[in-house]
Design a protein around this ligand. Structure first.
Ligand code: ADP
Ligand code: 5GP
Length: 189
């Protein structure tokens, strides 16, 4: 039976960076749940690898068809969601599922799956540092960065609802802490 590992964080906290490192650990048998999103791909992002990129219209049609485990309008007119077909695909391949979802999606998935899921919150060292990272990443417009930073404080309030909070100050330390806890979780019956 597959297990589920959920990562949530304010945008820019370093969740994608941490998840990418964990996916390299073959012994954990992790596969990334490719979400659907209605935003434009960033440079280098590939359809069906980073996200299934749908138009807002197509996304809404799929909501109406009940294709999602969960979905959120994370930013105005930017829909994100987990397709039910993704989970069955990964489970049928015999892998554990890794989710990179917003804080509301993370809490929803945890509530649905209980002890079958480990919910990890990636905490930035500070909001200022989060903003620095988003600026340095240079993938979002100034307007989008401002929206993400404005949302971060509210998102941080969700941290106590998660099984584990990993402060991503030093990246290697954060990866080690996540790895340690995932190993314990995967060993549990
Ligand atoms: P998220 O997926 O949470 O939006 P990313 O993984 O894209 O965040 O990280 C945001 C930016 O911060 C990236 O440019 C990444 O290289 C950088 N970053 C990640 N972790 C750290 C860290 N511990 N210290 C400094 N920069 C980091
Ligand atoms: P980004 O645009 O930076 O890739 O992602 C923006 C936010 O959407 C992040 O907080 C990310 O975790 C969240 N997100 C990505 N996929 C999903 C999903 O399937 N469901 C939900 N609820 N949020 C998602």
């Amino acid at each position: 039976m597959s297990k589920l590992i959920i990562f949530s964080a304010p945008s820019g906290a370093g969740k994608t960076t941490i998840v990418k490192e964990l996916l390299k650990k073959d012994e954990l048998k992790l596969k990334f749940s490719i979400s659907a999103a209605s935003r434009a791909p960033r440079e280098g992002e590939v359809h069906a690898k980073d996200y299934y990129f749908f138009s807002a219209e197509e996304f809404k049609t799929r909501i109406a068809n009940n294709e999602f485990l969960e979905w959120e309008e994370v930013y105005p007119n930017h829909f994100y969601g987990t397709l039910l077909s993704e989970i069955s695909r990964i489970e049928s391949e015999g892998f554990n599922v890794v989710f990179d979802v917003d804080v509301v999606g993370g809490v929803n998935i945890k509530q649905k799956f209980g002890s079958e899921a480990l919910a990890i919150f990636v905490m930035p060292p500070s909001i200022d540092e989060l903003e620095n990272r988003l600026k340095k990443r240079a993938t979002d417009s100034a307007e989008n960065i401002a929206k993400r930073v404005a949302k971060a404080q509210k998102e941080i309030e969700f941290a106590p609802k998660f099984d584990l909070v990993v402060i991503n100050d030093n990246l290697d330390t954060a990866i080690e802490l996540a790895l340690h806890n995932i190993k314990i979780f995967l060993k549990k019956e």
